[in-house]
Design a protein around this ligand. Structure first.
Ligand SMILES: C[S@@+](CC[C@H](N)C(=O)[O-])C[C@H]1O[C@@H](n2cnc3c(N)ncnc32)[C@H](O)[C@@H]1O
Length: 235
């Protein structure tokens, strides 16, 4: 049975959700390059050059704290083989890399080549010996190119909400996890409190979108509101 735990920060509408896997181990998989969910793929490629700056600006750096929490909740430890799904420019991948050290291996997977280029550029720029344990994979979260029961832990930051088929993605995560290991999901959640929802949507309309419009990305960030509306509610 999967265990599910939700942790909400009071104002932001963020949640971190770890759950345990019961998957069995057997082999499948191989690497493939993908072209799917075209609109979203194009959207994330367009925002890749400014994605990190906007995250820092719009969350006032707070997303870094949530990302550390997500890594800690994943249960990843020294020497583990771990996956950062929908890794984008690699924030969680780098944190995982530090956590598991040179004896471990971390795979950052994303379907946006531009995001992966930014991630690998940052890997060179931030050079740390442990970052040699990172492999970047262009792949689809809905059809993971890994064998069953391969990973000791998975993180997915602001990714689940953006997937076209979340249930398929969850099945894939369970499949590639070792039995008893965890996925740590960090994302915006839809509040059941009208007040919180109003504040969240006001922030998107009046802060996020105007700031993004300075980078000609207003349309791309307007999508944030609808994606949160369609996502999970607090439990
Ligand atoms: C909002 S970004 C999050 C990036 C990073 N995890 C972070 O926390 O900063 C969402 C990422 O999910 C990726 N993504 C969306 N759908 C995907 C899919 N089906 N397969 C792989 N990556 C996907 C996008 O390309 C994008 O880089």
């Amino acid at each position: 049975m999967a265990s599910l735990l939700l942790c909400h920060s009071p104002f932001s509408g963020h949640c971190v959700v770890p759950f345990r896997s019961k998957s069995k181990v057997s082999f499948s998989g191989g690497y493939r390059s993908v072209r799917c969910a075209g609109d979203r793929q194009a959207l994330f490629s367009r925002i890749a050059p400014v994605y990190d700056n906007l995250n820092d600006l719009l969350s006032l750096g707070q997303h870094r704290v949530w990302k550390r929490m997500a890594v800690s909740w994943s249960g990843a430890k020294e020497g583990d083989c771990v996956l950062d799904l929908c890794c984008g420019s690699g924030d969680l991948t780098f944190l995982l890399s530090e956590k598991i050290g040179s004896r471990g291996k971390v795979t950052g997977l994303d379907f946006s080549k531009n995001q992966l280029l930014v991630a690998s550029f940052r890997q060179d720029l931030l050079w740390k010996a442990c970052y040699k344990n990172i492999v970047w994979v262009e792949g689809d979260a809905l059809d993971l190119p890994f064998p069953n029961g391969y990973f000791d832990a998975i993180t997915i930051g602001y990714g689940l909400r953006n997937l076209v088929d979340r249930s398929k993605a969850m099945k894939e995560m369970f499949r590639v996890l070792k039995p008893g290991s965890r996925v740590s999901i960090l994302d915006f959640n839809k509040s059941t409190e009208q007040f919180t929802t109003t504040i969240q949507e006001w922030m998107i309309d009046n802060v996020v979108v105007p700031v993004a419009s300075n980078y000609n990305l207003a349309k791309e960030y307007t999508y944030l509101k609808s994606s949160i509306r369609e996502f999970l509610t607090e439990s």
